[in-house]
Design a protein around this ligand. Structure first.
Ligand code: GLY
Length: 345
């Protein structure tokens, strides 16, 4: 990354959006790589809780305060929260300025930073407001993974397995030891799919495998003291989608059973507990998912590994059963509270 990028040298002004954690590890180094020591830094608090309109407003205000014009460039340095937020802020500021993504988490490298989806959480739901806007460049550098906590790696691994289920079964072999060799393949798959369906009218929906239940679980857990990471919630969502796939699409039950052992690894760092009462709340989020048409529940399911089907309608009662399966199957009742069905710590 020593040569100055064309986008940097052509920009009227460079802004770097990052979060406080990434800033402390990487900001000076990245400024050096990019050759833009005069960049305006915008460091926000880390975490999904800050992926909201207030933070976007702060970014817009900073751009405005520093007289960013239509030729300004925003560099998004961070995980999926930063690339989603920064992409949204850039794509809406003065009707759109250029941005580049430098993902620092595995999840952002294989999914969030690629493909032009930007957005913020709003009204209690994930990514309810957003745009389709492509980054000028996505710069992947595995060195960032060296400082990544294990829980972040696991979260990214979950999205890698998603590509395994919907597109390339070899990715189901990805694990915490070998994941680096699969990063490029995930990016290729995503780019191939996005090239055919940028705005998610059809095929791109397969990238939401596990996300329908996953987003509902994640949205709910964000309101508790034990938020799940995106990939952890998606892992649970994939379990529910596999269960539904066996029930409705004839998926071989062994695929579901095989995922059980992977799931325990994917949840090994999660600190959360879900009870019967949580199921009701999660179900409420599911009904409000933006991918659903009216009251119907729409899922991406599998007829076989690598053979996804999308817009599969699932009756609300069946979706609820899937949710109960996901939660019940993980049960590890605490001795002091038999209403708590599972707890990983
Ligand atoms: N994360 C799914 C997509 O970008 O379409």
């Amino acid at each position: 990354m020593n040569d100055k990028l064309k986008q940097i040298s052509e920009a009227s002004k460079v802004f770097i959006l990052t979060d406080e954690n990434v800033a402390s590890f990487w900001l000076p180094e990245v400024e050096y790589w990019l050759g833009c020591k005069n960049a305006v830094e915008i460091a926000i608090k880390a975490g999904e809780r800050h992926k909201n309109l207030q933070t976007v407003q702060r970014i817009w205000e900073t751009l405005m305060k520093h007289h960013a014009d239509r030729n300004a460039l925003l560099v998004n340095l961070g995980g999926g929260v930063i690339t989603d937020l920064g992409g949204f802020a850039a794509s809406t500021y003065k009707r759109g300025i250029k941005f580049i993504n430098i993902p620092t988490t595995l999840l952002a490298m294989v999914d969030a930073a690629i493909g032009g989806k930007t957005g913020i959480d709003f009204g209690g739901g994930k990514n309810q407001i957003g745009t389709f806007a492509e980054a000028e460049e996505v710069i992947i550098h595995p060195v960032f993974l060296e400082t990544l906590p294990q829980r972040e790696l696991i979260s990214g691994l979950s999205e890698m397995l998603k590509y395994g289920f919907v597109a390339d079964s070899s990715l189901l072999n990805a694990n915490l030891e070998n994941y680096q060799q699969f990063i490029v393949r995930c990016g290729e798959i995503k780019r191939e799919i996005v090239a055919q369906d940028r705005t998610e009218k059809g095929l791109r929906k397969i990238l939401n495998f596990g996300h329908t239940l996953g987003h509902a679980i994640e949205s709910h857990c964000l309101t508790t003291d034990y938020p799940l990471m995106h990939g952890e919630a998606v892992a649970l969502g994939m379990m529910g989608a596999l269960w539904l796939s066996v029930k409705q699409c004839g998926l071989d039950e062994n695929v579901l059973q095989d995922f059980e052992s992977q799931l325990s690894i994917l949840l090994s760092e999660a600190e959360t507990s879900l009870s019967k009462a949580d199921i009701d709340r999660i179900f409420g989020y599911l009904v409000h998912d933006k991918k659903n048409q009216g009251e119907k529940q729409q899922f991406v399911l599998l007829e076989a590994v690598g053979k996804p089907v999308w817009e599969v309608e699932v009756e609300p009662e069946t979706a609820r059963e899937a949710l109960e399966y996901v939660v019940k199957e993980r049960k590890q009742p605490r001795t002091d509270d038999c209403d708590v069905w599972w707890l990983c710590s």
